[in-house]
Design a protein around this ligand. Sequence first.
Ligand code: SAH
Length: 194
Amino acid sequence: MAPMMFAVGFLVLHTTRLGYGLPVLKRRVVESRRDAVEMAFLAAIFVGTVVLPLVYLTKPQSLAFAEYDAWRWLPWVGAPSMIGASWLFWRSHADLGRNWSVTLELREDHTLITHGIYERIRHPMYAAVWLWGIGQLLLLPNWLAGGANLLAFIPLYLVRVPREERMMLDHFGVAYRSYMRRTGRVWPRRAGDD
Ligand code: SAH
C-alpha cells in the first residue's frame, strides 16, 4: 500500500516537472554556471528520483537485499510529505514559469520572481524536494530505493544553494539582496527578523 501511495506522488511530481520544464528548455540560456560538480549532482539526483524508485516499483525483487520491515506508522508521515511535496512543486513551477532551469543558469529575459510562493521563501522547489525525499524514505521499505533521493539531494542542496544565490546576486544585485532580507531559504522568515 505505501509504495502505491509513493507511486501516485511520483507520477504527479514527474508530470509536473515535464509539463512545466520541457517548454522552458527552448528558451536561450544567457549564463551558465554548470560545471563537473553540478553534472555529478544531476546524475546522482536522476538515479535517486527516477531510476531507483522506478526499479523498486516495477521489479522490487531486484532490490530485495535492501528490504526491511518498516514500522506501520511510517506512511502516516510519508503520505502527507508526498502530498505537500506535490503541491509545493507544482506551485513553485507555476510561479517560476519560464525562469526555471534544472541547473545553475539564467535564461534570456530572466526575471526575478518574488511573488506567489516566492514571496516568503527563496527555494520552494528545493523545499518540495526535501518533502519528496522524506516521503520516499518513509513510503518505500527499502534502504536503497527509499534513501537514494535524500542521499543525492542533501549534498546538492548544500552546495547549490549558496552558488545559486551568488549567481542571483551577481545578476540582480540589490533587488536580490533586499529579497534575501525579506525571505527565508525553505522556511519563511519570522516577522521582525532583520
Ligand atoms: N531555487 C529555486 C529555483 C530552482 S530552479 C527554488 O527552489 O524554487 C533553479 C533556477 O531558478 C536557477 O538556476 C535560477 O536561474 C532560477 N531562480 C532561482 N530563484 C529565482 C527567482 N527568485 N526568480 C527567478 N529565477 C530564479
